[in-house]
Design a protein around this ligand. Structure first.
Ligand SMILES: O=C(O)c1ccccc1N[C@@H]1O[C@H](COP(=O)(O)O)[C@@H](O)[C@H]1O
Length: 217
């Protein structure tokens, strides 16, 4: 029986021409980094009207690290964001505050070999999604993978994004993953021509590979 393909998010967009080319591929989610220390920081590179012109059906995700709720809300209004992805030490209470008003919240966790799922428990009921990224020097965008088999033991119902160094060479493995709760795949630094700009042809190849129909084992 065919298995549902995870949704696809492309993150780290800033350069307008690249944004248009990637949007034409119809990813399910597009991500924008609002963390000033990131090389992909949106800064003055994009405006709310550019994001408003994106094709209907693409959900816009703002990525934040330890940012104040009011600052996040201002960005959500300015850029018409549908979801926020939180990569710092945001508390369950802050996640809950942000959800009020209909915004969806993705809480990211950095995964190392000793990852303990118990740290997610306080967030249950206060987030819409989790995101699992690789532990590294930066709060995100490190371009490295973790052992995805850790997620075979995922014990919760909350759907999650899988992130961290995903690249074209992983396509077949990703397509054949049967992980409980896997909702979306997050593509970022491994598809860049430069920080903030993506290689649309490479992404097109990845989309094609990921969306190949596959059978349940
Ligand atoms: O991409 C960044 O610069 C970034 C900075 C701060 C927080 C999150 C960031 N990106 C997110 O990191 C993951 C993994 O990206 P990569 O594939 O390892 O490059 C992804 O969810 C991005 O949204």
């Amino acid at each position: 029986m065919p298995v549902a393909t995870p949704y696809i998010k492309v993150c780290g967009m800033r350069e307008p021409t690249s944004l248009a080319a990637v949007a034409a591929l119809q990813p399910d989610f597009l991500g924008f980094i609002f963390y000033p220390k990131s090389s992909r920081y949106v800064g003055q590179g994009l405006s709310g009207s550019m994001l408003a012109a994106l094709p209907v059906g693409i959900q816009k995700v703002g990525v934040f690290v330890d940012e104040a709720t009011e600052v996040i809300r201002a960005r959500v209004r300015e850029f018409g964001l549908d979801l926020v992805q939180l990569h710092g030490h945001e508390t369950p209470a802050q996640c809950q505050q942000l959800r009020e008003g209909g915004l969806e919240v993705v809480k990211a966790f950095s995964v190392g070999a000793d990852f303990d799922f118990n740290q997610l428990t306080p967030y249950l009921g206060h987030v819409d999604y989790f995101l699992f990224d690789t532990k590294g020097a930066q709060p995100g965008g490190n371009g490295t993978t973790f052992d995805w088999r850790l997620l075979e033991r995922y014990p919760f119902q909350v759907p999650y994004f899988l992130a961290g160094g995903l690249e074209l060479a992983h396509a077949e493995t990703l397509r054949n993953l049967r992980l409980p709760g896997l909702f979306a795949l997050d593509l970022n630094s491994k598809f860049e021509t430069a920080p903030g700009a993506k290689d649309a042809a490479l992404l097109q190849q990845m989309f094609t590979e990921l969306r190949l129909t596959h059978q349940a084992s």
